[in-house]
Design a protein around this ligand. Structure first.
Ligand code: SAH
Length: 264
């Protein structure tokens, strides 16, 4: 039989209607669906065709997942790996792609809506407010089994005072806030912690460096939460003076000529 194909599909942050049309169409023709059952909404499995084999990955080791994926694809089947958010962010797909390469199995990544952007949408913020910050850093603090390279320690990242989105870190709030302080974010910098963005039970806790540790402790978030930090999260009135020059009357571009204003 001709060899099958493996698709790593970004399922989005939770709400089933945030799956892409491309992801849905591949899901509809997959023979085997392996989904991250802790973070991927079970309703997404309803897009699979009747008769497709569906497995939750939480009970399996990476070896078992890869073994079943390779066995199915080698037998000519189409495999859909449904991952939370976008597969490129903490999706643990690198190690799987290496093994699929070694086994001669072709694969494709289908992007998804990362929880980072679902959280920004829920907060109602632009992470790149003109003249406030033009950079978004996606990172995490180190965990028991997942060290972060020394050059990426939070203190160093915080020194940019850009917009910062931290995954997998909500159980380390004190360490997070210490790193933000050492990096130099002012004490009144807004911090938002978003729990299960786009799920039925989503929740947001707002604070600053001063009070966010206590607020998160009171809310009892211990997983499935993101920490967003930075001046772009200040309230809209405070930031109201900032606007993009792209849309300002003095800026010329290809489709619109400014009058006799200075151009750049
Ligand atoms: N690839 C995923 C991230 C996987 S790592 C993405 O792009 O979103 C798992 C971590 O992502 C969780 O510990 C949490 O920090 C974050 N996360 C995933 N879904 C989330 C959601 N709906 N709301 C808040 N955080 C979420």
């Amino acid at each position: 039989v001709p060899v099958g194909h493996v698709y790593f599909i970004g399922a989005g942050p939770g709400a089933p209607d945030l799956l892409t049309l491309r992801g849905r169409d591949i899901l509809a023709r997959a023979d085997l669906v392996i989904y991250a059952d802790s973070l991927v909404h079970p309703a997404l499995c309803e897009f699979a065709r009747p008769g497709a084999e569906i497995i939750g990955s939480s009970a399996l080791t990476l070896e078992e997942i890869v073994h079943r994926t390779i066995a199915a694809a080698a037998a000519g089947r189409t495999v859909a790996r449904l991952q939370s958010g976008d597969p490129a962010i903490y999706g643990a797909i690198h190690e799987q792609m290496v093994r699929l390469d070694a086994a001669g199995i072709p694969w494709t990544i289908v992007p998804g809506v990362s929880s980072a952007f679902a959280a920004a949408a829920l907060l109602g913020v632009e992470l790149t407010v003109p003249e406030v910050t033009q950079t978004v850093i996606l990172s995490r603090v180190s965990g028991r089994a997942s060290p972060v390279p020394p050059l990426e320690e939070l203190r160093g990242l915080a020194a940019h005072q850009a917009s910062l989105v931290l995954f997998l870190s909500v159980t380390h709030m004190s360490r997070v806030v210490a790193g933000l302080r050492e990096g130099g974010y002012p004490e009144d910098t807004p911090v938002a912690v978003v729990y299960r963005a786009t799920w039925e039970d989503e929740q947001v806790v707002w604070g600053t460096l001063q009070d966010i540790v206590a607020a998160v402790r009171a809310a009892k978030f211990i997983k499935q939460a993101l920490i967003l930090v930075g001046p772009a999260l200040k309230d809209r009135q405070t930031l109201a003076g900032h606007r993009s020059r792209l849309y300002s009357p003095s800026h010329s571009h290809l489709f619109r000529q400014a009058g006799d204003m200075p151009q750049d």
